[in-house]
Design a protein around this ligand. Structure first.
Ligand code: ATP
Length: 283
C-alpha cells in the first residue's frame, strides 16, 4: 500500500522567547502559517519490521538521524506496530533555513502513517507524539495557522490570513536553531506584539499584520550573519509590505498583496541572493 502526503513549509509571523526554563528549553510564543512550498512524502508499507528513508540531498541524512525516520519510529512504538515502512522524501524546502523543513516531513509521516495503517489517532495525539521529537512538529501536524506555546507543544489554531503572496529569500548559509537559542539572553531581546498579530488575523487587516510581525531571534542571527540584514533591507526597498526573518533564519520573507508586485520583488531579489521563491500563503 502507498500513501502520499504533502509537507508544506511554515513561516513565523511571530517568534517570541519568553523565558529560559530549568530544563534548558525556552518557553516561546510563535504564530506560524504555511506556504505552498512543500516536500512530498511517499509511504510504502514493508512486511519486514524496519524503517527505510530514501532522499536526494547533500544536507540531509537518510538514516535514523532523519526526523521522518524518528517520527516513524515513535509512531510504531506508540501504537505497537510491527510492520515496517519505506519513506521516500522529495526535498523541495531548503534545509536549515528556518522554514521547518525537517519538522514538516516528520509531521507528514505521522499524519500519513495514521492513515496508511488505519490507526485513527486524533490530530492532538499525533501533535503530542511529534512534540517528543521536535518543538516545531506539533504545529506542523496541525498545519494552517496557529500559535504554539510552551516549548512549541501547546497549539491553538488561529484564522488564516488571506492567500497573500510571499517572497522567500535565503542566503547561501544554513543556521542551526540550537546555536541561536544558545545565544539567547531573554532580557536583551525585542518582543513582538503577539496580541496585535492575533487581532490582525481576526480582523483580516493586512497593514496591521505587516506592521506587527516580529521575531526575537532576528537580532542574534543578524549579529552572526549580517547578510540577513542586507536581504531584509533589499526586500523592504523592493516594496514588500511586511518583512521578517523566519524561525532562527536565515530565510527572510516579504508579504505582498498583489501578484504583479510580488513578481517584481521576486525578480529583484534573484540576482541578490542564492535561493529565492515566490509562493502563496495557504494557511
Ligand atoms: P529548525 O528551525 O527546526 O532548525 P529548519 O527549517 O531551520 O528547522 P531543517 O531544514 O528542519 O531546519 O533542518 C535542520 C536539521 O535537521 C539539519 O541539520 C538537517 O540535516 C536535519 N534533518 C533531519 N531530518 C531532516 C529532514 N527530513 N529534512 C530536513 N532536514 C532534516
Amino acid at each position: 500500500m502507498t500513501h502520499f502526503e504533502k509537507a508544506p513549509a511554515k513561516i513565523n509571523l511571530s517568534l517570541d522567547v519568553l523565558r529560559k526554563r530549568n530544563d534548558g528549553y525556552h518557553d516561546v510564543e510563535m504564530i506560524m502559517t504555511t506556504v505552498d512550498l512543500a516536500d512530498r512524502i511517499e509511504l510504502n508499507t514493508l512486511q519486514e519490521d524496519r524503517i527505510e528513508v530514501s532522499l536526494w540531498s547533500r544536507y540531509v541524512p537518510n538514516d535514523e538521524r532523519n526526523l521522518a525516520y524518528k517520527a516513524a519510529k515513535a509512531f510504531k512504538t506508540k501504537y505497537n506496530i510491527s510492520k515496517g515502512v519505506h519513506i521516500k522524501i522529495e526535498k523541495v524546502i531548503p534545509v536549515s533555513a528556518g522554514l521547518g523543513g525537517g519538522s514538516t516531513d516528520a509531521a507528514a509521516v505521522l499524519r500519513g502513517l495514521n492513515q496508511l495503517w488505519n490507526v485513527n489517532a486524533t490530530i492532538a495525539e499525533l501533535a503530542a507524539l511529534g512534540g517528543t521529537i521536535g518543538s516545531d512538529i506539533p504545529f506542523c501536524v496541525y498545519g494552517s495557522t496557529g500559535i504554539a506555546r510552551g516549548f512549541g507543544e501547546i497549539i491553538e489554531t488561529l484564522p488564516s490570513p488571506p492567500p497573500f503572496w510571499v517572497v522567500l529569500a535565503k542566503p547561501d548559509i544554513g543556521v542551526s536553531s540550537k546555536t541561536i537559542f544558545q545565544k539567547v539572553n531573554v532580557d536583551e531581546l525585542i518582543h513582538p506584539n503577539t496580541n496585535a498579530i492575533i487581532e490582525s488575523l481576526y480582523e483580516k487587516d493586512f497593514a496591521k499584520l505587516c506592521a506587527n510581525i516580529g521575531n526575537s531571534l532576528e537580532s542574534i542571527t543578524v549579529s552572526l550573519h549580517p547578510e540577513v540584514q542586507r536581504i531584509k533591507e533589499k526586500m523592504v526597498q523592493a516594496g514588500a509590505a511586511g518583512v521578517l526573518m523566519s524561525g532562527s533564519g536565515p530565510t527572510v520573507y516579504g508579504l505582498v498583496e498583489q501578484q504583479s508586485k510580488a513578481q517584481r520583488i521576486y525578480n529583484s531579489m534573484r540576482g541578490f541572493c542564492q535561493d529565492v521563491y515566490l509562493v502563496r500563503l495557504i494557511g
